[in-house]
Design a protein. Structure first.
Lengths: 121, 106
């Protein structure tokens, strides 16, 4: 059974940094594109970033471009999201999701349980 | 690409058939997914490619549409189906979600 487990969330001050991790298990191979999606309290879903299986292609939402960096370590079956210069509006539950091979024109099948990031002084 | 869901909320009874619509601001072919989310839980993937059920999803859920107009139908609504449903286009970046449709008990 495919499982995705996020970690690294917490309370951080505006302007601070945080790195989220998403560890995958139940795969025969971590050869899938992955994405991060977030959900602000009481709001809908917002795509944040995607990365290809070989890390060769990365995409970002305009709202996080230049501040967030997506990466992965296939030897550890782990996806990361480095978040810098955090703002109050970045407060959300962050979910990692596995794409159906690729995200663009592939879709998503599995989701993690999410990790809460709170940006506040 | 803007994704517009309607209605934003609805009330229905157990056993009802429910239809949710999702409209894309431009042609997305069939690159449309549906997700279910219950309070305090992560989203769950229901349908991809407009009409293909994810593994393990009951056949009471069905999707249709192509181009700009899509529908999610839930037959014989059960207590466990009361949730918020989201559509998402994955035809082009940035990937975008609809605003959600909350299905509540009447």
């Amino acid at each position: 059974e495919v499982q995705l487990l996020e970690s690294g969330g917490g309370l951080v001050q505006p302007g601070g940094s945080l790195r989220l991790s998403c560890t995958a298990s139940g795969f025969t191979s971590f050869s899938y594109s992955m994405m991060w999606v977030r959900q602000a309290p009481g709001k809908g879903l917002e795509w944040v970033s995607s990365i290809s299986s070989d890390s060769g292609t990365k995409h970002y939402a305009d709202s996080v471009k230049g501040r967030f960096t997506i990466s992965r370590d296939n030897s550890k079956n782990t996806l990361y999201l480095q978040m810098n210069n955090l703002r109050a509006e970045d407060t959300a539950v962050y979910y990692c999701a596995k794409c159906i091979v690729v995200c663009h024109k592939g879709g998503v099948d599995n989701w993690g349980q999410g990790t809460l990031v709170t940006v506040s002084s | 690409i803007q994704m517009t869901q309607s209605p934003s909320s609805l009330s229905a009874s157990v056993g009802d058939r429910v239809t949710i619509t999702c409209r894309a601001s431009q042609d997305i072919n069939n690159y449309l997914a549906w997700f279910q989310q219950k309070p305090g839980q992560a989203p769950k993937s229901l349908i991809y490619a407009s009409s293909t059920l994810q593994s393990g999803v009951p056949s009471k859920f069905s999707g249709s549409g192509s181009g700009t107009d899509f529908t999610l139908t839930i037959n014989s609504l059960q207590p466990e189906d009361f949730a918020t449903y989201y559509c998402q286009q994955y035809a082009s970046y940035p990937l975008t979600f609809g605003g959600g449709t909350r299905v509540a008990i009447k």
